[in-house]
Design a protein around this ligand. Structure first.
Ligand code: XUL
Ligand code: MN
Length: 346
């Protein structure tokens, strides 16, 4: 029998957010980047994920040489803390150039900005010693259907991926789908869309995916099925575990907070497919509740990890033989109860 996977954990600097929402200002004072680094270490996490401008602040005001110099310095700081960079993601949704989309903007000059910025993000990834570029395609979609040609936008997305794949022969792209927010409707809402797009690129083997639990739920899907689907293609290269209470704004709740059974099934799907055996991390894309006091600031990350490990134990002790007999007997009524009893414990 294969040795059990020892999971390693990761989070991003944006997961120490300060409580602002569209209706109100921050509720916690800002913290330095160094504070976040040592907080991750204290929590026992081993990796950090970065937007390009998390790695190099004010990125658009700096020369490429300066950007790469600062990335190199960051790598040293990470090493000093015993952390590694899991991925880099170009933040293509903040700059004035991306108001009407990044890779799928109607203006060719602005599409060029998005591609150039992403190539620079690949160079940053290189400096940080990771071969993973995550693309959350925040503004690739439309507010009103008539503003864009959705078919042409598929070509634009393929063109962008091809340019990035050509820029660095080692880079792997992990596309993080989300069905809506900030857009009314996004062009790549699910893992299936993402993997289909990969097939149109110049090197499909280097285009994979990242599943975020909340995004799958927002698409009306079960994140465990999305995990199984992506892993059937060998394409789950990263993961944002969190939770979401139905069809609302993107909540990024602690893992398991809204639906423990859905969380359990995600852990089971990861286990049965061997996630983590090729070096993949368990990343939590979670935010503290707005009400969180500064002294409880790290709880959402610590609790997500605790819940993951408790559910891992549940996955490893699941009564498989009993479940298999109930499946053979098509007794799903008792199978349902078996799962509930197992989760509830003695
Ligand atoms: C947005 C989201 C992002 C990405 C990283 O919903 O999940 O934080 O994960 O760009
Ligand atoms: Mn995410």
């Amino acid at each position: 029998m294969a040795k059990p996977t020892v999971y390693r954990f990761c989070a991003g600097p944006w997961n120490f957010s300060e409580g602002q929402d569209p209706y109100g200002p921050p509720t916690r004072p800002p913290q330095s980047f160094d504070w976040k680094l040592s907080a991750l270490r204290e929590l026992g996490f081993e990796a950090m994920m970065f937007h390009d401008d998390d790695a190099v602040p004010d990125i658009d005001s700096k020369s490429r040489a300066q950007v790469l110099k600062e990335a190199k310095e960051l790598r040293k700081r990470l090493k000093g803390e015993g952390l590694v960079a899991e991925m880099v993601a170009p933040r293509l949704w903040f700059a004035p150039q991306t108001v009407d989309g990044a890779y799928t903007n109607n203006d060719p000059k602005l599409r060029r900005y998005a591609i150039d910025r992403s190539k620079q993000a690949i160079d940053i990834a290189h400096e940080l010693d990771t071969d993973l570029l995550v693309l959350w395609l925040a503004r690739e979609g439309s507010y009103i259907r008539e503003s864009k040609d959705a078919g042409r936008c598929v070509d634009y997305l393929v063109t962008a991926c091809n340019a990035l794949l050509a820029h660095d022969p080692k880079i792997r792209l992990a596309i993080e789908p989300k069905p809506n927010e900030p857009m009314d409707v996004a062009y790549l809402p699910t893992i299936g869309h993402t993997l289909a797009l990969a097939q149109l690129t110049r090197d499909p083997k280097r285009v994979g995916t990242l599943i975020e639990s909340a995004h799958a739920i927002l698409a009306g899907l079960d994140p465990a099925d999305e995990i199984d689907f992506a892993m059937a293609f060998g394409k789950l290269w990263s993961l944002h575990l969190n939770d979401q209470n139905g069809l609302k704004f993107d909540q990024d709740k602690p893992f398991g907070s809204a639906n423990l059974r859905v969380a359990f099934n995600q852990v089971r799907a990861l286990e049965r497919n061997g996630y983590g055996r090729r070096g993949e991390y368990i990343c939590f894309d979670v935010h503290p509740f707005r009400t969180t006091r500064p002294e409880h600031w790290l709880k959402h990350l610590d609790n997500s990890r605790k819940t993951f490990l408790r559910l891992l134990d549940k996955a490893r002790t699941y009564p498989e033989a009993q479940a298999a007999a109930l499946i053979t007997d098509r007794n799903y009524q008792d199978l349902d109860q078996l799962v509930l009893e197992h989760l509830l414990g003695k």
